[in-house]
Design a protein around this ligand. Structure first.
Ligand code: F6R
Length: 236
């Protein structure tokens, strides 16, 4: 794992931006694995304001709330449109369909999309419980796309986007850990003190399904771009 600690999250997002640019320059048809949430917001702003051309590229998202349609303002489909796609048209945009109640059909559909579009560069955030995507602690490292019961800690962390806690979906479709690990390169960004324990466990702890992000220790090309607060519990 290549770990770089920045004073500010803006600097970390600039470093991620440079890797996106490098990937796109090398291959205009590259497949970008995309995350939502607060962590990549500045990166998406930098991409939106750039002159990069993603019109031949593919965007493939990690996860989506179960039960929300793409036009719901808190859906991840809506987030992607708002933060990136409205400014940067991509050739293909994929995200699990949260409005599909048939779990078998939806997970098979998304697994096929992932198989047909191997990810060149994956961007990840991390949950305070060390989830990646919505793969909560205890998820099998062999998992593919699945329907997840969100943990209370994830619901608490994400309620800030909703009017009340009751409105936060309790389930989500998520790309599995096995699929995330198949990306050729991975960038994980983490900012702020609430991520410090997860970051320490991910980097310095044992590789265990109790700490989903710890599997990244086994990936050959991982960049961890974190700020000082998120790095504050690291020992080395
Ligand atoms: C979102 C995702 C999640 C988030 C994580 C951190 O698509 O996959 O793993 O990256 O929950 O969320 P933020 O960035 O809001 O702290």
């Amino acid at each position: 794992m290549y770990v770089q600690i920045f004073d500010k999250k803006e600097e970390a997002c600039q470093a991620s931006f440079e890797l996106f640019k490098e990937e796109l320059d090398a291959n205009p048809q590259a497949v970008f694995g995309l995350a939502t949430g607060s962590t990549p917001e500045v990166l998406y702003q930098l991409l939106s304001e750039s002159d990069l051309d993603f019109s031949q590229a593919t965007g493939l998202n990690l996860d989506e709330y179960f039960g929300l349609t793409a036009d719901h303002p808190q859906s991840y489909a809506f987030f992607m449109q708002d933060h990136l796609y409205k400014n940067k048209p991509f050739k293909n945009k994929y995200i699990p369909d949260g409005s599909n109640p048939d779990v078998n059909i939806e997970t098979a559909r998304y697994n096929k999309i992932i198989a047909d579009h191997p990810v060149d560069l994956q961007i990840l955030g991390i949950g305070a419980n060390a989830h990646i995507g919505f793969n909560e602690p205890g998820t099998s490292f062999d998992s593919k796309t699945h329907l997840v019961d969100l943990t209370d800690s994830t619901i608490q962390a994400n309620k800030r986007f909703f009017e009340s806690e009751d409105e936060v979906p309790t389930q989500a479709y998520s790309m599995g850990i096995q699929s995330i690990m198949q990306a050729k390169k991975i960038i994980l960004m983490a900012f702020g003190p609430t991520k410090a324990k997860a970051v320490r466990d991910m980097i310095e702890g044992p590789v265990t399904e109790d700490v989903p992000a710890s599997i990244l220790q086994k990936h050959p090309h991982v960049y961890l771009f974190i700020d000082k607060e998120a790095a504050s519990l690291l020992n080395n």
